[in-house]
Write a protein that binds this ligand. Structure first.
Ligand code: DGY
Length: 319
């Protein structure tokens, strides 16, 4: 019977699939992440660990598990919390959850883009306040998006799904990325641009790149200064792609039309000034938060663990 440790309570069918395969499963924490000491102690002797984006998977954690560890299955598509080199060096496989949260994250991108452009949260506050005095020609006027440019940074799975939606909203699509994605270009009529050109052209700039050392603070003060005046920034990727202080400064100087943010540089902390801007809409990292996506993610991590422990091939291995 293999020892499987799950860092935090997950939706089913995660534990059910693992137990049905005959493994001894221990869940280390409930709602909040286990603290580091509890995580290190909890994984001792594990053959497999299911981690979340809030758990740092590094050499220390792998060594705390010990030499029997065969797989880390990360309950996220992002792998920025996982030291892939440290896993490779110890022969530990790494699985994650690409594909099953693509459409949901693209939906969240658009929920934020539209909420900022059409001032939905301000409108909700007014309507719910009891102080609304009725329809008025100048009330809460927003930004029209059709006919304008949706700029995608990173035309991978999620960027492409967001771009597809942009076409439905009558927007032109342009993108910048590490490499060309000609299939996605054909599907969404996306124009490849240099990053600086994209900054200058996009009316909505939507981030869909992974967090890596080279994308950290990709949207810094300089990039923000190059953005089209009045443009909307949407981030459903990773918080550290944006320099949050520089974003606050750009918003304070009223150079941007607004920002829709689902991810933050130091989650769960959020720069206190962000919440004060009326043209900023914040969400607490909800990109994949639907019942369907979260249970598909649970199925994927459990199946990856079972397959690796049974010596079978796994489709979505990152290491
Ligand atoms: C991911 O999967 O990387 C998301 O940020 C959380 O679902």
């Amino acid at each position: 019977m293999a020892q499987v440790r799950v860092a935090r309570r997950l939706p089913e069918p995660a534990v059910r699939l693992l137990e049905r395969a005959g493994h001894d499963v221990q869940v280390l924490a409930d709602e909040r992440p286990p603290d580091r000491a509890a995580l290190l102690a909890g994984v001792a002797g594990a053959d497999a660990i299911v981690t979340l984006l809030s758990d740092r998977v590094d050499g220390e954690l792998l060594d705390a598990a010990g030499p029997g560890l065969r797989i880390v299955a990360n309950y996220a598509v992002g792998l920025d919390n996982v030291d892939l080199e440290a896993c490779r060096a110890r022969g530990v496989r790494v699985a994650h959850t690409p594909g099953v949260l693509t459409e949901e994250t693209a939906d969240m991108t658009w929920a934020l883009a539209l909420a900022v452009a059409r001032r939905v949260v301000e409108g909700h506050r007014l309507a719910a306040s009891g102080r609304w005095t009725g329809w008025a020609p100048m009330q809460l006027l927003g930004t029209s998006l059709h006919g304008r440019t949706f700029g995608v940074v990173g035309l991978g799975r999620i960027g492409r799904a967001a771009a597809r939606r942009a076409r439905g909203f009558g927007m032109r699509v342009a993108y910048a990325g590490r490499s060309r994605n000609e299939e996605a270009e054909r599907e969404t009529d996306a124009r490849p641009l240099a990053f600086e050109e994209l900054l200058a052209e996009a009316d909505v700039l939507s981030l869909h790149c992974p967090s890596t050392p080279s994308t950290r603070h990709l949207i810094d003060a300089d990039a923000l200064a190059r953005m089209k005046p009045g443009a909307i920034l949407v981030n459903t990727a990773r918080g550290d792609v944006v320099d949050e202080q520089a974003l606050v400064d750009a918003l304070a100087e009223e150079r941007l039309g607004g920002a829709g943010l689902d991810v933050f540089e130091r989650e769960p902390r959020i720069h206190p000034r962000l919440a004060a801007f009326s043209n900023v809409v914040l969400a607490p990292h909800l990109g994949s938060a639907t019942v369907r996506a979260r249970s598909e993610m649970a199925r994927m991590v459990a199946e990856a663990v079972v397959e690796v422990l049974e010596g079978r091939e796994v489709a979505h291995l990152a290491a």
